[in-house]
Design a protein around this ligand. Structure first.
Ligand code: ZN
Length: 772
């Protein structure tokens, strides 16, 4: 981006900034953003000042404005970003203290009326759940955020990197502040999302005008015609092969490098996005969403853009072929769309655009390589021909039979825990730098080392992990789900009962349909627009990349483990999916927390389904990953999804059934009966054999004779003495088991509860056996 492009984007990003300073009682009307910029923030650049000052346009203003004023661009960009909500009502200055309404209020036919408390992202003590309580955003909060924003804007230089850093700061400060404070509107778009989309659209309009600087005519006099024109492109990029790249490793200590592999790919995706944005002369404002190897962007629909994308895609795939052969592949797709589609995706137009994009990507995935690329593949010569002991790719290996990438990944797995900064350069800063596309390298740095590295001529960009405000360095902020407690090696050993690793994989149900149609209402006004789908995806990112760290460090569910810090580690969390490893019992409780928290956060408009597999410590990681993936599919087969699968297909339950039926009822009964102090002696003597017999009977329930055998089995448990309390305890247990037996649902819940109980019950003896 040249400085003119940056200034336009800044003018667009900051055009409504007066609202924040007005709500903080620092200026007398929200229209006076110019005053805030000029006299409080002390911006002196006339281009930015005039864009902000005149962007609202009035007959008086347009009479004196030059044809080529950026105010025309920003005016239209803002109108599209504001969408239909704003147009129906005159913008009121009322509601200075109005909080942000929840994006989930209108999702999937919900009619909620919840609010978000004002918070600074990354500085909250707890998850910002939407609540029915109409909290008031006080003047002091606005003063606090404008004070910090003032400093951020003052530190901004007119470069893309600086703009992107300001964008991150604005996200932290204004994610939970409404764009519009009028009570008449839905008010569920944050100040940040509105400002960001305004900037994205303004950059697109500028490029689309293609040198014609009569913005008055293009975007003002003929704005109605322009809004129907396909001036924009919804663009998406998808990196496939990520899963197998991460998990197809086998060797001692492989678990340790899992997190590094996953983090490496996450940063690689961000780097690829930033490279593309740079080539397109756009900022991260145009990135609508990224996570899980996918991203969406808003781009101008120009020949130049399409050309750049084509060459970018083939250059990127060529790099992947050179470095990873065919294991990683990138596909892009785009769909032209009009300003009208973005502001109000009526007639399904926004849903259709999303659909077109994903169709194009899946078609490309089917016939992946061009003739040129196949030739390149065939003519490739490899240095060395030994197999890497970790990733099994053939090539050059070191004395430990480890390829360069795997040994660099082992090295970085130490630093991803400690370092917050990750720098991209065009030459290796360290021997163990990780290769990135477009001939770049990545290393992790501590804060002290950053300033030195920034002086390097080969510096490309800087990423900072999980931090709010970056006053010191212009860095792109990444939220990363990186919670980890204890070592992978110790999880199995430290689990309760049987010594097993628990693997959890889960993702949000029906997410594609939700993005396409979640804000549509049959026969009524649709709520669907770009601002809403962008806000929704960002809220999900906040949950899976940021809040998940809070959830795991303060566990609540206590079915099988203590509350507090979970003994688990995030291998990957982002987009809409999660991969956790941990002590098996802690993983189940962590999943219960995650699910409950997600339901609450999404106001029950979305659900989470997943599978939990249990494995001995040294089981090959790619098999654990694949098998657990199959358990996820079992959960997705449950009607209405919202389900959990443990062990195998037979143990799939809707979440309500799992929590109420399996855990609260059956597991609790087993636990109360066998762990009861009064029965301690008896349960020690024949507890486990009883459980195995019980399981056996329940699994073969089709044989009629088995209910009689069950009665006999239960009768053998009857206490011999005449302690009345003990007798009633027994009768309660035996009666319930006998009653549940004929009912299929109760029986399968009891089978699952018995499995879980037998895992917990099979304690120290087996542990010592396994260690031998
Ligand atoms: Zn390797």
């Amino acid at each position: 981006m040249n400085s003119t492009e940056v200034k336009l984007a800044l003018g667009a990003l900051l055009c409504s900034i007066g609202k924040l300073y007005y709500r903080g009682s620092l200026i007398s009307a929200e229209e006076y953003g110019y005053t805030a910029l000029n006299s409080i923030i002390k911006i002196s650049d006339p281009d930015i000042l005039n864009t902000v000052r005149y962007h609202k346009l009035s007959d008086k203003i347009t009479a004196s404005l030059e044809d080529n004023s950026f105010a025309y661009i920003v005016n239209l960009a803002k109108r599209i970003a504001d969408s239909s909500d704003f147009k129906k009502h005159k913008l009121l200055s009322a509601g200075k203290n109005t909080p942000l309404k929840s994006i989930f209020n209108r999702l999937n036919d919900n009619s909620g009326n919840s609010f978000f408390a004002p918070q600074i992202l990354g500085e909250e003590k707890d998850i910002n759940y939407p609540s029915d309580k109409n909290v008031s955003v006080d003047r002091e909060f606005y003063q606090k955020i404008t004070d910090r924003l003032t400093r951020s804007i003052q530190g901004t230089k007119y470069t893309a990197a600086s703009f992107n850093a300001l964008l991150s700061d604005l996200e932290a400060l204004t994610s939970f502040i409404p764009a519009s404070a009028s009570d008449e509107e839905l008010g569920d778009i944050s100040f940040y999302d509105n400002a960001k989309i305004t900037a994205a659209i303004a950059s697109c309009l500028y490029q689309y005008s293609d040198g014609n600087t009569n913005y008055r005519e293009l975007f003002h006099s003929k704005d109605k015609d322009f809004l129907k024109e396909d001036a924009f492109m919804l663009f998406s990029m998808d990196i496939s092969g990520i899963q197998s790249f991460i998990y197809t490793i086998s060797s001692k200590g492989a678990l340790k490098s899992l997190r590094a592999r996953s983090f490496y790919l996450e940063v690689m995706m961000e780097h690829v996005i930033d490279e593309l944005l740079e080539k397109l002369s756009l900022s991260r404002a145009n990135l609508i969403y990224s996570g899980g190897g996918h991203c969406y962007m808003l781009l101008p629909n120009t020949e130049n853009t399409k050309q750049l994308i084509r060459s970018f895609e083939s250059e990127l795939n060529a790099w992947f072929i050179r470095n990873y052969q065919t294991s990683i592949y990138v596909a892009t797709g785009c769909s032209p769309c009009s300003g009208m589609t973005l502001e109000n995706g009526g007639n399904n137009s926004l849903a259709k655009a999303y659909h077109t994009v994903s169709l194009e990507i899946s078609q490309k995935k089917m016939k992946r390589y061009s003739a040129d690329e196949i030739r390149a593949l065939n003519s490739q010569s490899y240095e060395g021909n030994r197999e890497c002991r970790i990733c099994h790719r053939t090539g050059k290996v070191d004395g430990n039979d480890t390829c360069y990438l795997c040994s660099a990944l082992l090295e970085i797995s130490k630093s991803i825990q400690k370092e917050d900064y990750f720098i991209v350069t065009t030459e290796k800063l360290k021997n163990t730098a990780l290769p990135l596309p477009f001939d770049c390298y990545l290393v992790g740095l501590s804060e002290q080392d950053v300033s030195v590295a920034l002086q390097s001529q080969n510096y490309r960009r800087l990423y900072v992990k999980n931090q709010t405000i970056s006053a010191r360095y212009a860095a792109n902020h990444l939220w990363v789900g990186d919670y980890k407690n204890d070592d992978f090696d110790r999880y199995a050993e430290e689990s309760e009962g049987i010594s097993r690793l628990g693997i959890l994989r889960a993702d949000v149900d029906n997410l594609g349909a939700t993005f396409a149609c979640g804000f549509q209402k049959a026969g009524k006004d649709t709520y669907s627009n770009l601002a809403r789908s962008a806000t929704l995806s960002r809220m999900l990112s906040i949950f899976f990349k940021h809040y998940i760290n809070l959830i795991l460090s303060d566990g609540e569910s206590r079915y099988l483990s203590k509350d507090g810090k979970r003994k688990v580690a995030i291998v990957y969390s982002g987009g809409d999916d999660v991969f956790l490893v941990g002590a098996w019992n802690e993983v189940i409780d962590a999943f219960v927390d995650l699910r409950n928290s997600f339901r609450r956060f999404s106001q029950n408009t979305l659900s989470l389904s997943g599978g939990v597999g249990f494995y001995p410590n040294k089981y090959p990681i790619h098999i654990m990953a694949e098998e657990t993936e199959k358990l996820v599919e079992c959960s997705k087969d449950i009607p209405n999804k919202d389900a959990i699968t443990l062990f195998d297909r037979d143990n799939s339950f809707g979440w309500e059934n799992f929590i109420k039926g399996v855990m609260d009822e059956k597991f609790k009964l087993l636990n109360d009966f066998f762990r009861s102090d009064k029965r301690s002696e008896t349960s020690q003597t024949y507890g486990s054999s009883f459980l195995y017999n019980l399981l056996d009977l329940m699994r073969n329930s089709d044989q009629k004779i088995n209910r009689a055998r069950l009665a006999y089995l239960l009768s053998r448990m009857e206490p011999k003495g005449d302690n009345p309390e003990e007798k009633s305890h027994y009768r309660n247990f035996a009666g319930k088991v006998y009653d549940w037996y004929p009912n299929k649902q109760d029986r399968s819940e009891l089978i699952c509860a018995t499995y879980i109980y037998s895992y917990i019950f099979r304690d120290k003896f087996n542990k010592t056996e396994e260690r031998k």
